[in-house]
Design a protein. Structure first.
Length: 583
């Protein structure tokens, strides 16, 4: 392959965004005065700063490539920020925390320094993409495409499960992990290039949520089928009459066909110069002839298309503004439908023409994250759809199934492009108590406490060993589902004083142990190993009480229950924590 390199599938999937960025860059360059333009392009670092600060939709690869094309002596032929991070870590010792605080110029200057040092050592020009350098930084754990030995063609890597649940004790990073899992499904190339760069991953995750590729919902005891799939919503019309309309829930919205969205690329023109700016799964954004922006909801456009498809109205009815006369009960915004009757027929016609071009099983992947999935009544929330979520019952599969929804009476099935990722707190409900129908349809992965992530000390107290000791005793006294997650302590990294650790114990660990052991302070004292400590280092202490002094007039023998108290001052002594550690 010719050229200076390959952007990979990530570049190809977002090629229109790269082209739009290049067009915007060209317009910005033309807008510069001639002298400023010459100064900007002639100075490598000014040019690099100018390109880096141009607005864009996400992390464009051209922001990294263009400085190399214009000034190859100063900048590398690297197209992903993930590759920059790996090279700086492997050859410059720059860890992720340091990398995330560096400006683009600092990263590029560090790369240039590494290049100069390596070239001095070997006595010739080097290329980070050629051996022996490439194997020193390239992440071999990133899934690559395999070659089929028989056909010689590429095979896709293992497909992630359609339904998965991450379960474990509180604080183990289950919700944190869902961001990685979701991006690995909807944007695998970007995820592979940015593993470990949390800031970039979180920014891309938020972008994909805004685009409709990812959605998040939290289950709770009040959530119902009507909230999750579809239900009736009451509203009052212009004449003051009450009517009930079917409102789609988050699951149904995530299953809406994406073929129409995929066909409306930026730059496409409708009617009298209404130009597509961008298209998400929720909104079609048009630029009007006067330069202002017009957001059109896909729910409205798809419902109009469905009316035409079912022959309740025609395209001519839309042009004439007769939609509401033909279908008086239609659930549409009258001012939009009649106000833009000049362009809506053309858009609806395009939706109808493209609705069957792209088969459902080739649709772009989407992810619905269900946080705290075990806190809701799963049978009530999913209803009949509990059958449809099975992988072999999805649309496009041989055993595909559909159902008729109870409110809209629509025929409905789940596409095989929709991934469900749930999280489950095992301290809230045991895994064995989960609905058997749910357990059979999901793949379960345990996310355990990881003390190795707490490889730091505070005034001589090794935090990782402290967590391991606490969990070892909890597992013996209670069970493994009630251990404490490492996330309770990760915010302490870099802390210099025991006061920070004391605050974690005071406000998080001890209240959690109270809940776990139902205020049985004798067992909490066992978890903290207080019986083996010096008296001043004991966190939970038993108070002696004099029954005779409390009940002086009583002649009967009064049974006394032990009284316990928390010695808060012990939390600021290293011995209180050193005594918890396993010997």
């Amino acid at each position: 392959m010719g050229g200076l390199g390959s952007g990979g599938p990530g570049y190809n999937n977002h090629r229109w965004r790269e082209l739009r960025f290049l067009i915007n860059l060209t317009e910005a360059a033309k807008a510069l005065p001639r002298a400023d333009r010459a100064a900007t392009f002639n100075d490598p670092w000014i040019f690099n700063h100018w390109v880096a600060n141009l607005p864009d939709d996400g992390n464009r690869q051209l922001k990294l490539v263009l400085p190399h094309l214009i000034h190859p002596a100063e900048f590398e032929r690297i197209a992903s920020i993930g590759a920059v991070r790996k090279i700086l870590k492997s050859f410059g010792g720059v860890d992720t925390r340091r990398f995330n605080t560096m400006s683009k110029r600092e990263r590029d200057e560090t790369l240039l320094g590494i290049r100069s040092r390596l070239e001095s050592e070997v006595g010739r020009e080097i290329d980070f993409y050629h051996e022996p350098l490439k194997s020193r930084w390239a992440d071999e754990t990133v899934p690559e495409f395999e070659i089929d030995e028989n056909s010689g063609e590429q095979k896709a890597p293992n497909r992630p499960p359609l339904n998965q649940i991450l379960y474990g004790p509180p604080g183990t990073g289950k919700t944190y992990t869902t961001i990685d899992r979701a991006l690995g499904i909807v944007d695998p190339e970007f995820y592979a290039d940015n593993i470990g760069d949390r800031a970039s991953l979180k920014a891309r995750f938020d972008q994909r949520v805004n685009e409709g590729a990812i959605a998040v919902v939290t289950f709770h005891q009040s959530l119902s089928y009507e909230d999750f799939v579809e239900g009736l919503k009451a509203e009052v019309d212009d004449q003051g009459r009450l009517r009930y309309l079917v409102e789609d829930g988050i699951l149904k919205r995530m299953c809406l066909p994406t073929s129409a969205v995929d066909g409306f690329v930026p730059g496409r023109v409708f009617s009298r110069d209404y130009r597509v700016l961008r298209s998400t799964s929720e909104i079609l954004w048009l630029r009007k002839p006067n330069g202002s922006e017009l957001p059109l909801p896909w729910l409205l456009l798809n419902e109009l298309a469905e009316l035409v498809r079912s022959e309740k109205v025609s395209l001519d009815d839309i042009r004439a503004g007769d939609v509401f006369e033909r279908v008086p009960t239609v659930r549409l915004e009258k001012y939009i439908v009649n106000g833009y009757k000049n362009i809506l027929p053309e858009i609806v016609q395009s939706i109808l023409a493209g609705a069957t071009i792209k088969p459902t099983n080739q649709a772009s992947p989407r992810v619905l994250i269900i946080d705290e999935i075990n806190r809701g009544n799963v049978s009530r929330i999913f209803g009949e759809l509990i059958t449809l979520i099975e992988p072999d019952k999805r649309l496009g599969e041989r055993e595909q199934l559909t159902v008729t929804l109870p409110y809209s009476k629509q025929t409905f099935g789940l596409p095989n492009s929709l991934h469900l990722i749930g999280t489950m707190n095992t301290a809230d409900r045991s895994l064995s108590a989960m609905d058997i129908a749910l357990r059979r349809r999901f793949e379960f992965e345990e996310i355990e406490p990881n003390p190795t992530l707490l490889d730091f000390e505070i005034e001589g107290v090794e935090i990782g060993l402290l967590l391991a000791a606490l969990n070892a005793r909890i597992e013996l006294l209670l069970d493994r589902e009630h251990r404490i997650g490492h996330a309770y302590f990760t915010g302490l990294e870099g802390a210099q004083s025991l006061k920070d650790l004391a605050n974690v114990f005071r406000h998080r660990v001890i209240p959690l142990l109270q809940e776990y052991f139902f205020d049985d302070w004798s067992r909490i004292a066992l978890v903290l190993n207080d019986r083996s400590k010096e008296p001043e280092d004991r966190i939970v202490v038993e108070r002696k009480r004099d029954a005779q002094a409390l009940f002086p007039a009583s002649e009967a023998e009064i049974p006394m229950r032990p009284a316990w108290a928390v010695n808060w001052s012990a939390l600021e002594r290293p011995g209180a924590y050193q005594g918890i550690l396993l010997k």
